[in-house]
Design a protein around this ligand. Structure first.
Ligand code: GDP
Length: 360
């Protein structure tokens, strides 16, 4: 950042990433791979554990992506992947006026190509106007493939025989053709100049990690280039989020796992949560994060934190959460008028009801 740029970099939040695609095309494996790589790279302690989401900070993105990401070119703090893949979670997880995810990865198996849920996912991405890239997965299954674990695509492609290269090219062009049939102009990601107009296709293997450096680099680049303004938030402001899941938790009763996409939530905040009948007004009793793996044996799975800033996944323990709903909004009241916040939550709930009805 230059000296003349006076913006506070902490006011830029992490883009929220969702993974979609047909069953068995490798959504879970891809998330596991990204998580696994992030944990290995972050062994020194840079990884923050989240509830329902995996945060990959910029320095970890950069160490996974190697030469493809120079951290000095970026001021977004990294990427936050929602851990529950699939379009059910994508469509139920909303934020004000749109999808909770800022950006998506559509996973397509290179052997299996476009399938019914691939088309459904495309339809959802189109309607929600969510920018996305396509991960053309399972490239390691091309017969004769020469594995280069965790390699960027260019290097591993160069190490393949002409026959293998030719076969992969065919599969990738088939996917590009399918995207075009669906009205999306697409190309291999290194040929894409403008990711707002064209969908970038990134060949990957969730199994071997090949192409994963490229995938992270493209996500990071796309976010930085086209979404920076949307990522500008008032970090110190009252938190706004979406309920991922409502869960009974030993010692805490009913809790809500939320993804916070704006502001901050504190351990003594009053909050309003969307409920089955009406908004629930309650006080946070505890904010819980997963305890680092090494400490889990001895104590509770969770540790309490005083506050969390967006974007983050966090478990909130509070009284009266029995009627809370997955997909519902959560808002911190803090120094605002309670009635006003309740109305905001009611309005958001009404929007969700309309969307759900439209989707049948
Ligand atoms: P999901 O239903 O989309 O979440 O798919 P999964 O991640 O569960 O993957 C379905 C199957 O494909 C599993 O048996 C995975 O091990 C396998 N798989 C996923 N990605 C790859 C890949 O890149 N290469 C190979 N060879 N197998 C993969």
């Amino acid at each position: 950042m230059s000296d003349t740029d006076t913006r506070d970099p902490t006011s830029l939040r992490t883009p929220i990433v969702a993974v979609l695609g047909h069953v068995d095309h490798g959504k879970t494996s891809l998330l596991d791979k990204v998580r696994g790589s992030a944990v290995i790279e972050g062994e020194a302690g840079a990884i923050t554990q989240h509830i329902g989401a995996t945060a990959v900070p910029l320095d970890i993105v950069s160490s996974i992506a190697g030469d493809l990401v120079n951290p000095e070119d970026f001021d977004l703090p990294g990427l936050l992947f929602i851990d529950t893949p699939g379009h059910h979670s994508f469509t139920t997880l909303r934020s004000r006026g749109g999808a909770l995810a800022d950006i998506a990865i559509l996973v397509v198996d290179v052997n299996d190509g476009f399938q019914p849920q691939t088309l459904e996912a495309l339809d959802i991405l189109r309607r929600s106007e969510t920018p996305f890239i396509v991960a053309a997965n399972k490239i390691d299954t091309v017969p004769g493939w020469n594995e280069n674990e965790d390699s960027p695509i260019n290097a591993t492609y160069e190490s393949q025989s002409d026959r293998v290269q030719g076969r992969l090219d065919e599969q990738l062009y088939e996917i590009i053709g399918n995207l075009s049939d669906e009205g999306f102009s697409a190309d291999l990601y290194w040929r894409v100049q403008n990711f707002q107009r064209n969908v970038g296709v990134v060949p990957v293997s969730a199994m071997t990690g090949e192409g994963v450096p490229d995938l992270l680099a493209v996500m990071m680049g796309l976010s930085q280039r086209y979404m920076k303004e949307e990522m500008e938030i008032d970090v110190a402001g009252p938190g706004v989020g979406t309920v991922l899941e409502v869960k009974e938790e030993k010692g805490f009763g009913k809790t809500v796992d939320i993804v916070l996409y704006d502001g901050t939530i504190k351990a003594d905040d009053q909050i309003v949560v969307g409920g089955q009948n009406e908004p629930i007004v309650t006080d946070v009793r505890a904010l819980l994060q997963p305890r680092p793996l090494a400490e889990i044996r001895t104590e509770s799975r969770f540790e309490k934190v005083d506050e969390v800033g967006a974007a983050a996944g966090i478990k909130v323990a509070a009284p009266d959460l029995e009627d809370a709903m997955a997909g519902a909004p959560v808002r911190v009241v803090r120094d605002r008028d309670l009635e006003h916040v309740v109305h905001e939550v009611e309005a958001e709930l009404a929007d969700i009801a309309v969307d759900t009805a439209e989707q049948g």
